[in-house]
Design a protein. Structure first.
Length: 133
């Protein structure tokens, strides 16, 4: 099924011990593969809230979802992301694993461990709230 979402997210990176956030909108398609397993892809655009200045980003993220209960799902994903302006050196390729909890029919909160596989090899935890339309 297709969904449109809005995402507010903050993350703490272990490398460099920095915290940043983002506001993002995306569109996703998810299809069931087995009874409790689905695959999906999401494209997003948004604003990275960073020091010394904010900048706009885009990303694409294929993922595998495993329903653990009616409200809890495990997620394994890969994400390619870059800024619209090369000045920010924001290109990342990231692997992540996390858990999402459905708070309402349209809203979920998630916690994710991530690792960037490019130059800085950053890793950390991300907390986000997603609202689907």
């Amino acid at each position: 099924k297709f969904t449109v979402d809005a995402l507010i997210q903050t993350q703490q990176q272990r490398t460099g011990n920095s915290t940043d956030g983002r506001v993002e909108a995306g569109i996703s398609y998810v299809a069931p593969v087995f009874s409790k397993v689905s695959v999906g892809i999401r494209g997003g655009i948004g604003q990275q809230l960073a020091v010394p200045e904010n900048f706009y980003i885009y990303n694409i993220q294929p993922a595998v979802f495993v329903d653990l209960t009616d409200k809890v799902a495990g997620v394994i994903a890969y994400k390619f992301e870059d800024s619209f302006n090369d000045k920010y050196l924001a290109k990342t390729q990231e692997w992540s694993a996390g858990v999402n909890y459905k708070v309402t029919k349209a809203g979920s909160v998630g916690v994710t461990y991530f690792r960037d596989n490019l130059e800085d090899q950053s890793q950390g935890l991300r907390l986000g709230y997603t609202l689907q339309f």
